[in-house]
Design a protein around this ligand. Structure first.
Ligand SMILES: Nc1ncnc2c1ncn2[C@@H]1O[C@H](COP(=O)(O)OP(=O)(O)OP(=O)(O)O)[C@@H](O)[C@H]1O
Ligand SMILES: [Mg+2]
Length: 278
């Protein structure tokens, strides 16, 4: 049985190891809650995402603060594929928004892809995001007045990493990858939910970012298309990308190296040591 003060033990061990030299690595705490086994602190792998006691609160005008995330500490290793599970309202999208720098933590620190996000201005943050993070939003957020192809090209225009002469062909290649070649000239509103979802995945890959954050990316897809998208995510992991994916899709979650579960803004389970399961 874990001792009653198990989480306090873990958090004091975590704090004891926290200094500037450990920001760039993940520290694993093993056996802290197993009195029969020796406790081990291991500094093991380069970190690409690291949250230290990150809290996100929303305060309605004249109302009381609501804490959507409550002191989340999380370290994601470079190249990991993490599935994020949890009931509606548990804080999954809020977590993704903090890591993407779309929202700022109310308290605590968020580091990702070499940056401490709270220290960046809004402009710096937007550029950092464009270069480093591909986001597949829960509700797609494609620009309604641009065609599907233009939506993808705009992401490349903003960052400037892909040469201007190659942007259209890259957009077409990404649309082919998600099975949407024939939809390129259409406006988002004329596509089905599943097609918009796949277009959002193509846009997330536009600048070949090291981190992909996806919020329910198979939520609107039939099982065959969801399977194809799951295979695409697996290929991205094999290419060394870091994936953090919110999902209710068991088939997709099964492919993850690690599954974390949120409840009421807290991580209640973290299955960090599994390798990809069949
Ligand atoms: N901008 C906001 N203002 C106020 N409350 C918010 C805001 N954004 C999120 N919340 C609240 O924070 C909590 C977590 O929201 P979040 O969207 O992260 O949940 P979720 O786990 O993604 O849920 P779902 O599975 O339904 O998408 C919810 O109670 C939500 O109402
Ligand atoms: Mg959500």
């Amino acid at each position: 049985m874990p001792p009653a003060n198990c989480s306090a033990l873990i958090s004091s061990a975590w704090n004891a190891t926290k200094d500037n030299s450990t920001v760039g690595v993940c520290i694993s705490l093993t056996n802290f809650c197993m009195p029969s086994l020796p406790a081990v602190i291991a500094i093991d792998a380069p970190a690409i995402i690291k949250l230290d006691a990150a809290t996100k609160s929303f305060t309605p005008r004249g109302g009381q603060a609501f804490h959507a995330l409550r002191g989340i500490s999380l370290c994601v290793r470079d190249g990991d594929f993490v599935a994020v599970l949890g009931k509606s309202g548990s804080g999954k999208s809020t977590l993704l928004n903090l890591i993407a720098g779309i929202d700022r933590a109310s308290l605590g620190d968020v580091h990702a892809a070499g940056a401490e996000l709270n220290r960046l201005s809004e402009n710096e943050l937007a550029l950092w995001r464009g270069r480093n993070v591909g986001v597949v939003f829960q509700f797609f957020q494609l620009l309604p007045t641009l065609t599907i192809e233009e939506n993808i090209m705009l992401a490349m225009d903003f960052v400037g990493k892909v040469p201007a002469s190659k942007r259209r062909s890259r957009a077409q290649e990404l649309l082919r990858l998600v099975g949407l070649s024939d939809q390129a000239p259409k406006l988002p509103s004329t596509l089905s939910g599943g097609q918009q979802q796949r277009a959002a995945i193509a846009r997330a890959l536009a600048n070949d970012p090291p981190i992909i954050l996806a919020d329910e990316p198979t939520g609107n897809l039939d099982s065959e298309t969801a399977g194809a998208v799951t295979m695409l995510f697996q290929t991205l992991t094999e290419q060394g990308k870091t994936l953090l994916i919110v999902t209710h899709d068991d088939n997709l979650a099964r492919k993850a190296h690690r599954v974390i579960q949120l409840k009421d803004g807290i991580i209640i389970a973290d299955d960090a040591n599994i390798s990809s399961r069949p």
